[in-house]
Design a protein around this ligand. Structure first.
Ligand SMILES: *Cc1c(COP(=O)(O)O)cnc(C)c1O
Length: 362
């Protein structure tokens, strides 16, 4: 069996050792005679899996004790509605930063429930740049400020965190959470679909400051109420047990690797290598994003000749460099190089790109 280097934006590559451990435990988890998939979520075995995963995530991200961690379903897309429904009590205005296609979706969803201001907008630049967070003027009237630190499709990443005083910052970290250390205490709500950098699809992680729980508008569905999930330790109904277990294995993998400082070091090196290959290609490859906002996780690029892109993708696939097509809305290529992409995978891509350019330049 040989595994490819999988550059998929999501569901994305998982660490091979995690898959192997899951395989070894698939039929009989730790001598209990059953699979994690078959366990009651109320069993002491699963509760220990769930609690250990939460504890490991708390350690990795250094999550302060006044934050709750939820393991939910519905993806980041459900959070687009949930954040508004849960934070709007007593206020009908919010501020959103538009830095790419996922921001657009979050904004469209919030508009169903409240007045959305969008003062910071990257759309005129085709999402190749955005005003730096230090210049985002605070709007004191709003219930929260929402932004997307890493735009998975556009490859635009906002590294700095704005200072908006008491106004809660709500962030969609689907494609960047766990890629490096962050200061959780700067945020009100952090949410992320798992299938990029955490684990399998079907799990959504929410980290929420305690005092923000219970600000719901009246009449919201039970399953969309953070307080219900907080009060029930994410087990109001059946949680996505198997995805939660795999995420727990990923957290252990990250801890064994040396935690998020170490992960950040590796991720930065991977991204630097790939951007250097693009920028050093004499214009054969191009990444349009302002270098101050280039993503460490998702690297879109095009070639000088669009007709070459099909050839690039099929030749890459043949040598085990898989899923490099850009998002269907933007075309070109995109290499997603999340935590589980080994540095050797980036090295292989960089050599392939150099050879391909040599063959097709001129
Ligand atoms: C993938 C992604 C989403 C959508 O996630 P789902 O889990 O499919 O709902 C939202 N935001 C960002 C930044 C993403 O990368």
């Amino acid at each position: 069996m040989s595994r490819v280097y999988n550059f998929s934006a999501g569901p994305a590559a998982l660490p091979e050792s995690v898959l192997q451990q899951a395989q070894a435990e698939m039929v009989d988890w730790q001598g209990k005679g059953l699979s994690v998939m078959e366990m009651s979520h109320r069993s002491k075995e699963f509760i220990s899996i769930a609690e250990t995963a939460e504890q490991d995530l708390r350690e990795l991200l250094n999550i302060p004790s006044n934050y709750k961690v939820l393991f939910l379903q519905g993806g980041a897309s459900t959070q687009f509605a949930m954040v508004a429904l849960n934070l709007l009590q007593g206020n009908n205005e919010v501020e959103y930063v538009n830095s790419g296609l996922w921001s657009e979706k979050a904004i469209a969803e919030a508009k169903k429930y409240c007045t959305v201001h969008v003062k910071i907008d990257g759309k005129p630049s085709k999402y190749t740049t955005i005003a730096p967070p230090s210049t985002w003027e605070r709007n004191p009237r709003v219930a929260y400020l929402h932004y997307t630190p890493n735009e998975t499709i556009n490859g635009l990443e906002i590294q700095d965190v704005p200072d908006w005083g008491d106004t809660p910052l709500v962030v969609d970290m689907s494609s960047t959470l766990l890629s490096r250390p962050i200061d959780v205490s700067k945020f009100g709500v952090i949410y992320a679909g798992a299938q990029k950098n955490i684990g399998p699809a079907g799990l959504t992680v929410v980290i929420i400051r305690e005092d923000l729980v219970g600000r719901t508008i009246p009449g919201i569905p039970t399953m969309l109420d953070y307080k219900i999930h907080v009060d029930n330790a994410s087990m109001y109904n059946t949680p996505p047990t198997y995805a939660w277990y795999i995420a727990g294995l990923v957290f252990k993998w990250l801890k064994d690797l040396g935690g998020l400082e170490k992960m950040a070091e590796i991720n930065k090196r991977k991204a630097d290598k790939l951007y250097a290959a693009i920028d050093g290609s004499d214009g054969f490859y191009r990444n349009p994003v302002d270098p101050n906002f280039r993503s460490w996780m998702n690297v879109p690029f095009v070639t000088t000749k669009t007709e070459l892109e099909k050839v690039f993708l099929s030749e890459a696939e043949q040598v085990g460099l898989s899923t490099l097509a850009g998002h269907r809305s933007v075309g070109g290529m995109r290499a997603s190089i999340y935590n589980a992409m080994p540095e050797a995978g980036v090295d292989a891509l960089v050599s392939f790109m150099a050879e391909f350019a040599k063959k097709h330049a001129a």
